[in-house]
Design a protein around this ligand. Structure first.
Ligand code: GLN
Length: 477
């Protein structure tokens, strides 16, 4: 029996008013997880025992008339690169296949405090490197809309879990689009907040100056409910920002008359025709509703992907140095010295995409190339960000596609990794500059595959982005 209510706010209300017990909600969720497991592969680990135990505790509070918390009894799926105390956290890798963290990530602590119930840990590209959720050691995630296709990545398990009713909220992480892209391919909402709003404590690092946790849900209101909880100041993360501005309180009365929206025309040129037509139709809807839409083209767009990949690989290669077979993670069974321990452990436990990125990153940071590649990419990051900062002086929000195409067929051996990286064209700028960005369903192509609209605002200006998103959701009915 699946749960019918996908809106987190209404579900929380039904639970509090005892129209539904938390146990009933979990029965529905775990039924669906079990039923879809072999096909969709959304979860790497589930925790029904822990979930029912927590359900009992919360139900007792409700029965006594006490408040179970803002997310009281809501099942939430957590991407497997966010540490969960006592619950295996693999990052989709053989390297961490048996890693059981002794502590919770800050965002996990926050949702637990708010009464959410963790259904399990979702499948993802190995170490969050990828856009198709097909590089996991635990097998690819399949898209619930069409199971021959990718769910998008790297938080594919989280997005697919929401689309398939296997959770009501899901946490993902976004380094270059990994919350937005799978949300777009699976037809759900995915929001990445401004860099610094959600603590990175306990988020297994990919590229620390880009990584940010986000929320995936069926609609804007539900996603906000999750964001409100995960975003908080945390002194354990030096980049965490104290910002109690109520950015995630939904202003449902907000109308968008006079809102200034920039339509990224240059992106649309690189998109499939059905995708660009859908985004143009969205722009037309905004205009009809009274927004002022102008076409823009980014002068430095062509540098976004090269700057992004040079920098994230550099950061990834140094972040992944810690997996040496000594402290934690996989250790090879036979070795004659320290050197061989390192080499064999890493060779045996990392997949091909991880190795590729470590090598690229080490190259970028090597003495001979540091100035030529790393430093230039850093300068380019600055210039790209400057251009966006200026645009956000002029526009409340920028809109574009999330991906140049709808969900691709799951790749075979021959797929070119460079081509896969090129698909991140629409999303990486938000992480280069730390801007909030989101994906919201905008329509489908002729095959019935979802197309997401990307909305992006200036740093800490989530209110504008959310206003535009909520209005769009209403306009689409
Ligand atoms: N596809 C991008 C990459 O592989 C983004 C991944 C992410 O956001 N984690 O780097």
């Amino acid at each position: 029996m699946s749960i019918a209510e996908k809106n987190a706010l209404r579900l929380a209300k039904m639970i509090k008013e005892k129209k539904l017990s938390i146990r009933e909600v979990l029965d529905g969720i775990f039924d669906d997880i079990e039923r879809n497991k072999a096909v969709l592969n959304c979860y790497i680990s589930t925790d029904s025992e822990g979930a029912y135990r927590e359900a009992e505790r919360l139900q007792k509070l409700i029965d006594k008339g006490e408040d179970p918390g803002a997310l009281g009894g809501i099942p939430i799926a957590v991407k497997d690169n966010l540490c969960t105390a006592g619950l295996r956290t693999t990052c989709g890798s053989k390297m961490l296949e048996n890693f059981c963290p002794p502590y919770d990530a800050a965002v996990v602590e926050n949702i637990k405090k708010a009464g959410a119930i963790i259904s399990g840990k979702t499948n993802m590209d190995e170490f969050a490197f990828g856009s198709q959720s097909d590089s996991s050691y635990f097998g690819a995630v399949r898209n619930p809309v069409d199971t021959k296709r990718s769910a998008g990545g790297s938080s594919g398990g989280s997005a697919a879990a929401i689309a398939a009713g296997e959770a009501v909220l899901a946490l993902g992480t976004d380094t270059g689009g990994s919350v937005r892209l799978p949300a777009s391919h699976c037809g759900v909402v995915g929001i990445k907040p401004t860099y610094g709003r959600a603590s990175r404590y306990g988020l297994i690092a990919y590229a620390s100056s880009f990584d940010q946790a986000g929320v995936i849900a069926a609609d804007v209101e539900s996603a906000l409910m999750g964001l409100k909880q995960i975003c908080s100041y945390d002194r354990r993360d030096a980049t965490s920002v104290l910002c109690d501005d109520g950015a995630f309180d939904l202003d449902s009365s907000a109308d968008i008359k006079g809102m200034r929206i920039g339509l990224c025309e240059d992106i649309l040129k690189s998109c499939d025709t059905e995708v660009s037509a859908t985004i143009r139709a969205a722009a037309a809807e905004y205009e009809k509703a009274g927004a002022v839409v102008e076409s823009i083209s980014l002068k430095k767009r062509e540098y976004e992907l090269p700057a992004y990949y040079a920098l994230v690989c550099a950061e990834a290669s140094s972040n992944l140095e810690r997996y040496d077979g000594v402290k934690y993670g996989y250790r090879t069974s036979e070795y004659k010295d320290m050197e061989e321990l390192y080499v064999k452990s890493r060779t045996e436990a990392f997949g091909p995409e991880v190795k590729r990125r470590i090598m690229l990153g080490a190259h970028v940071l090597s003495a001979g190339y540091y100035d030529d590649i790393y430093l230039r990419a850093m300068k380019m990051r600055r210039l790209i960000t400057k251009e966006y900062d200026e645009l956000f002086e002029k526009y409340d929000a920028l809109i574009s596609a999330v991906s140049p195409e709808t969900a691709p067929l799951l790749k075979n051996e021959k797929t070119d990794p460079v081509k896969e990286c090129a698909k991140d064209l629409c999303t990486v700028a938000a992480n280069l500059g730390g801007y909030p960005a989101m994906s919201i369903p905008a329509g489908t192509d002729s095959k019935g595959l979802p197309i997401g609209l990307q909305i992006m605002s200036g740093r800490f200006e989530e209110r504008k982005m959310i206003k535009a998103a909520y209005a769009f959701e209403r306009l689409k009915g």
